[in-house]
Design a binder for this molecule. Structure first.
Ligand SMILES: NC(=O)c1ccc[n+]([C@@H]2O[C@H](COP(=O)([O-])OP(=O)(O)OC[C@H]3O[C@@H](n4cnc5c(N)ncnc54)[C@H](OP(=O)(O)O)[C@@H]3O)[C@@H](O)[C@H]2O)c1
Length: 298
């Protein structure tokens, strides 16, 4: 049976609006789930329903909301594992058939190196194991899918260590890696739900393009009609420095480690689970994506 009714938690975050947009465009009936204390605007596209849940996200409160939903998609922070476990438990009890957790990783969270560097990836792996167990126990009534997309390309260029206003950038390792625009992440999520048979209980690796950091800086240069000053860093000593700062409680060091990991272990084209074909998705233009970012951030 096709998936029709989709409940989305996190519609007001970074990637949530792109997921909502794709689901609506693809004709799903979407219910946005909001926590009671939410101060976010609720000006969703017409036809989108809303449901409210107490901030405690109790399973017994969630089950009636999830009844009649075919899928639940979560785009809150990946560290919010306990909430997501309760959402998944409620989904099982309500007969929801597909659960997409807040993965959307810059890297594959099952990487031991990534887990050593950044605790977030341990949390995402813990949740993946939990969902796998639920799916095994439910004998295929309940299934899950995770999207791993590489760095969000058009979120904040500083996250990519490119500063369009200052025409400068940092490069830590000039290997090819996968990056996705937020729109592509939304499309991938929607395609998973359009193709439930071929996407069940697996991680789907997607991208907008697979390029080096130098390719990215040069694309920003073309989009800005200027040459960017590049600070070339050594990946091994950079990782050591950032790990020390991380241990001192520096949150920015965690972000820097995520940036490094995406650059050194983020090439999905080499993966067996590279899912562009499975999802009927195509690469996008790096130049067009860079132009859009420069327009927004210059
Ligand atoms: N690949 C990448 O480059 C990349 C970059 C960033 C994020 N991500 C991943 O994308 C996924 C979504 O992250 P995001 O940055 O889009 O999320 P986000 O912006 O941090 O999420 C905010 C959403 O979560 C809701 N929210 C906030 N606090 C909450 C709480 N205590 N309980 C329940 N809901 C809460 C907010 O709604 P209200 O405040 O209205 O309640 C809002 O809808 C995560 O898995 C993250 O790791 C990937």
């Amino acid at each position: 049976m096709p998936i029709k009714n989709v409940c989305l938690l996190g519609a007001n975050g970074t990637v949530g609006p792109a997921v909502l947009d794709a689901l609506v465009k693809d004709g799903f009936t979407v219910t946005v789930l909001r926590r009671a204390s939410s101060k976010s605007p609720s000006d969703y596209p017409s036809g989108v329903k809303t449901a409210e849940v107490d901030d405690a996200f109790k399973v017994e409160d969630l089950v009636p909301i999830f009844k009649g939903q075919d899928a639940v998609v979560v785009t809150i922070k990946g560290t919010q594992v306990d909430i997501q476990k309760r959402l998944a438990d409620a989904a099982v009890q309500a007969g929801v058939r597909r659960f997409i957790p807040a993965d959307f990783g810059s890297v594959d969270s099952s990487s031991e190196h990534a887990q050593e560097c950044v605790p977030l990836f341990k949390h995402k792996t813990e949740l993946r194991s939990y969902l796998t167990k639920l799916a095994e126990e439910s004998k295929e009534d309940f299934t899950w899918s995770s999207v791993v997309c590489g760095h969000f390309f058009d979120w904040d260029p500083a996250f990519l260590h490119v500063w369009p206003k200052e025409k400068r950038a940092e490069i830590v390792k000039n290997l090819k890696a996968s990056y996705s625009t937020l729109a592509q992440v939304g499309r991938a999520t929607s395609r998973i739900l359009q193709r439930p048979e071929v996407t069940a209980n697996r991680v789907l690796f997607v991208q907008s393009f697979c390029v080096t950091q130098l390719d990215i800086v040069q694309a920003f240069g073309r989009a800005s009609d200027a040459e960017y000053e590049i600070n070339w860093l050594d990946d091994e000593s950079y990782e050591r420095q950032q790990m020390i700062k991380r241990d001192e409680g520096d949150k920015e060091a965690l972000e820097n480690l995520v940036w490094l990991l995406g650059a050194v272990e983020g090439n999905w084209e080499m993966r067996d689970d590279f899912a562009m074909e499975r999802l009927g998705l195509e690469d996008e233009s790096l130049d067009e994506a860079a132009k859009a970012v420069v327009k927004k951030h210059s």
